[in-house]
Design a protein around this ligand. Structure first.
Ligand code: DP6
Length: 362
């Protein structure tokens, strides 16, 4: 198995000397968020997941990041960060820490001043986790700078793998956002090439029924998360159910991959909803316990269950680390589902807000 950390540390030896250049150059990247079907919850060491996770990358919920870089002679990290046009000190602190983590892999950043500008397609108050799209877009930008200065990462696969590795160091779920389609992050015996250090596109063909899968993101609260994902992951350390959870996630990965390949809709629904509820029960049974769902989350879940019973359509819910509900459905049912959302679900959305998203085709 490849040890990517060692590989990228070795490559870094050739990425130290920047030839001086005048003026500034710019790279620009867009990266979407993703929704996990099998969840990453719990880490060991630094940004290494306790279990494999599987997601699909979205289309409309993305971050745009631009980095303007200038040569500077004296070595040392130097950057400015602007979020949606304004200097943002909170994010700046996070990016500062992240750049220090990246330094051993991209030593050339010490000879550059970076002006980082970032914006999201989704409103900040929507509770959509922006760290996945933001860290992924940022990673793609840094890899593009490496590519431009050193003529490296010419092969697409190499470029995206390194970006995924690097995005992971900023936020675990970001590792999955660099690839479109269904994406796997974390070692598993069932997939060759799967790695804890970076995500890979799910190999092989998924059944065509899932190829245009859609995600209606139903926003139930504008509030910021009460507990950060990092704190939540931390609480898995002494969690009494941790071992059982990691075993379950490994089993669910195998079953879900099989369901995706064979087009088994009932298994898909069962696993996806089991994962969502498990995630939130792990939060509730942490010490201290916490809940991120609200009463609207439950109302929507019940409506989805009832609609499925009544119509037999593939509708499934999943949840992120927050109270929003992701309603998954098939592209072929789009017209009917839009009616269902308008008639039954919009009433539970904050200011009637929901995002009509879907899988980014590979
Ligand atoms: C519930 O990737 O946000 O969304 O690595 O600490 O940044 P950090 O955590 P993060 O955790 C995401 C957790 C999740 C499930 C998932 O996306 O797999």
């Amino acid at each position: 198995m490849v040890n990517y950390e060692e590989k990228y540390r070795n490559e870094a030896l050739n990425l130290t000397i920047v030839e001086p250049f005048n003026g500034s150059l710019t790279v620009k990247k867009r990266s979407p968020s993703n929704i996990a079907l099998v969840k990453y919850w719990g880490k060991r060491h630094f940004q290494i997941p306790q279990n494999p996770s599987l997601s699909f990358t979205l289309n409309k919920s993305f971050t745009d990041t631009e980095i303007e870089y200038q040569y500077k002679k004296e070595k040392g990290l130097s950057f400015d960060f602007y979020f949606e046009g304004e200097k943002n000190t909170n994010f700046e602190e996070r990016i500062g820490k992240h750049l220090s983590v990246l330094k051993p892999f991209f030593p050339f950043i010490e000879n550059l001043h970076l002006k980082i500008t970032s914006s999201n397609s989704f409103p900040h108050s929507s509770g959509i986790a922006s760290s996945a799209s933001a860290m992924s877009a940022f990673a793609l930008c840094i890899c593009s700078i490496e590519k431009k200065i050193f003529d490296t990462l010419q092969k697409k696969k190499e470029y995206f793998q390194k970006a995924s590795f690097m995005a992971r160091l900023g936020s675990g779920s970001a590792a999955r956002s660099v690839w479109p389609g269904f994406v796997l992050w974390g070692e598993t015996d069932f997939v060759e090439g799967a790695s804890d250090e970076l995500a890979i596109p799910l190999p092989g063909k998924s059944d065509k029924i899932f190829s245009g899968i859609r995600d209606a993101i139903l926003i139930t609260s504008p509030e910021k998360k009460k507990i950060s994902s990092s704190a939540g992951h931390g609480l898995m350390k002494d969690h009494p159910f941790a071992e059982a959870r990691y075993k379950q996630a490994n089993e669910n990965i195998e079953l879900l991959i099989d369901a995706l390949k064979t087009g088994n809709q009932n298994e898909f629904i069962r696993i996806v909803e089991n994962e969502a509820l498990t995630l939130h029960s792990l939060m509730m049974s942490s010490n201290p316990g916490f809940t991120l769902m609200n009463e609207k989350t439950w109302k929507i879940i019940n409506e989805i269950r009832y609609y499925r019973e009544k119509t037999g359509r593939l509708v499934a819910f999943t949840l992120d680390a927050g109270p929003n509900v992701h309603l998954l459905y098939l592209e072929t049912d789009k017209d009917e589902i839009l009616k269902f959302i308008e008639q039954k679900l919009v009433v539970f959305c904050d200011n009637s807000r929901w995002i009509d998203d879907g899988i980014a085709a590979p």
